[in-house]
Design a protein around this ligand. Structure first.
Ligand SMILES: Nc1ncnc2c1ncn2[C@@H]1O[C@H](COP(=O)(O)OP(=O)(O)O)[C@@H](O)[C@H]1O
Ligand SMILES: [Mg+2]
Length: 475
């Protein structure tokens, strides 16, 4: 599978390998050249020193010219180097190859001659290539008598040997490059597979989830970033699945909540159509129908509130206000109901007034929903009491609304904040409600960035407490 991750990685590796081998190759070749050059020069210089004596012997007339020529020739064979002996004017008078006698008498007139006759040893590549027709290494050495340069020798050795060595080097480099490339390609193939396979899987699962198959999960087990990604992906899929279930449940709940009052209304209207119905019954039916339409209106209003708050684009109109005043107003609002059920109200405000920051209307809704529940779930006995307190601690206002009602069993405590959740007792006792009140409360407090919690004991009562930002008294 030549996917694009593989292709890209191969390209990068290829470039890296080529560059490193090029650097390695060039430096290796340079190194070999230098090494060869040094070794050859050293050998030539060493022989040159021996040659020195022979030339001096010749100059002192101890040996003949023929003898000199023979010596030169034997050194040529030994060193594979052509030798010239020149006099002070740069004229060649001794030569190693018998076949190249025509060189004798020729004048050397370049820089090197001058430098060597000044007493320097030179060694260089290339200068005499044209003379010999092949690349040569040339070493030039002065010959001293009594510390004066009187003659010089030039030794030229062909350097095709180094070409052969370099050939070997090229071969080694190319073979190792080929091996490295093969290994790299295999490694890249393996790693790119490890990267791209899960990516392909993620891609295909994403498409499936997008088309509604929320139960699909990735099955990738590795400890690297890909493993982490698939872990997060699965978590996200799980959340999506939950959300989808909630959405479906929500629609079912709403339909159910709408259907029961509508069925009732339909039934009673049918009853009303009966001409023989007594006036008393007729009135009773109309009252029931009115009650049910009220319930429907409340339900729809609650749903609208919830969806508005959950949509997120719900800017809070934050103002500062006296929370005690708001609590009092709500108590007055529920005056009739409280009286009806004979409920006493205890109020304890630690500080009065207590200024807080928040959106007044929605905080009023929070208070109203909680008091409404408290009244609804009170036992109807003479001891019933509603206790409302407010206090301030560390720049936070704590507002508590407690009742002496039925209480909430531990296993229900988690659920009361959920949409449409109604406790068992509220169903069996036919206490009216939509099950949306506390979801709205929670949502409002969440939007304020505050907290709300309950303490409750069955048959003793329930206490709701929430926080708000308190403003220090200015006086
Ligand atoms: N003060 C309370 N005492 C006992 N149970 C309560 C109290 N407040 C809420 N609950 C429980 O929480 C559930 C959810 O409340 P809520 O969201 O206001 O819905 P509703 O009032 O429509 O039933 C109630 O049905 C009830 O079981
Ligand atoms: Mg309620």
């Amino acid at each position: 599978m030549l996917n694009s991750v593989f292709r890209k990685m191969t390209l990068v590796y290829l470039i890296v390998i080529l560059i490193s081998f090029a650097i390695l190759g060039v430096s290796m070749i340079k190194m070999f050249e230098n090494y060869y050059f040094e070794k050859r020069s050293e050998a030539l210089i060493e022989s040159g020193e021996k040659l020195n004596k022979t030339v001096i012997q010749y100059l002192n007339n101890t040996i003949s010219y023929e003898r000199l020529s023979v010596e030169l020739e034997s050194i040529e064979r030994f060193l594979n180097a052509k030798i010239w002996v020149i006099d002070k004017s740069g004229r060649i008078y001794g030569i190693s190859s018998v076949s190249e006698q025509e060189w004798i008498g020729k004048q050397i007139s370049n820089e090197d001659k001058v430098r060597v006759l000044q007493g320097k040893i030179i060694s260089k590549m290339g200068e005499y290539d044209e003379v010999f027709g092949v690349p040569v290494l040339t070493v030039g050495m002065p010959i001293y008598i009594n510390n004066v340069v009187i003659n010089a020798v030039f030794m030229h050795t062909p350097v095709y040997e180094i070409d052969e060595t370099l050939h070997e080097v090229y071969k080694i480099i190319l073979t190792s490059m080929a091996v490295a490339l093969i290994i790299a390609t295999l490694l890249i193939y393996y790693t790119s597979q490890r990267i791209s396979k899960p990516l392909t899987e993620i891609n295909s699962i994403t498409k499936k989830i997008a088309s509604g198959e929320f139960h699909k999960r990735l099955n990738i087990k590795s400890n690297d970033e890909i493993g982490q990604l698939s872990q997060s992906f699965n978590n996200m899929a799980k959340d999506l699945e939950k959300l989808e279930e909630m959405r479906k449940g929500f629609i079912a709940d709403v339909s159910h909540e709408l259907r029961s009052p509508l069925t009732l209304i339909k039934g009673y209207i049918k009853g009303l159509m009966d001409e023989n119905l007594s006036d008393e019954k007729r009135n009773q039916y109309v009252k029931i129908i009115y009650g049910e339409t009220e319930r429907l209106t409340e339900l729809i209003n609650n749903l609208l509130d919830l969806s508005r708050m959950e949509s997120g684009n719900y800017p809070l109109n934050i103002v500062s206000f006296d929370i005690n005043e708001l609590l009092r107003r709500n108590i007055i609002k529920f005056g009739n109901k409280l009286e009806e059920k004979n409920i006493d109200v205890d109020v304890d405000f630690q500080e009065d007034p207590l200024k807080v920051r928040g959106e007044m209307e929605s905080i009023s809704q929070v208070i109203s929903n909680i008091i409404d529940n408290a009244i609804k779930f009170m036992n109807n006995d003479s001891e019933d009491k509603l206790m409302i307190t407010s206090c301030i601690k560390n720049e936070k206002a704590y507002i508590s609304i407690a009742d002496t009602g039925l209480g909430i069993p531990n296993n229900e405590k988690e659920n009361i904040w959920k949409r449409f959740y109604k406790g068992d007792k509220s169903r069996s006792r036919q206490i009216k409600g939509t099950g949306l009140g506390l979801s709205i409360v929670k949502e409002i407090i969440k939007n304020h960035g505050e907290d709300i919690w309950i303490e409750s004991e069955v048959n003793k009562g329930t206490k709701f407490t929430f926080t708000l930002d308190a403003i220090k008294n200015e006086q």
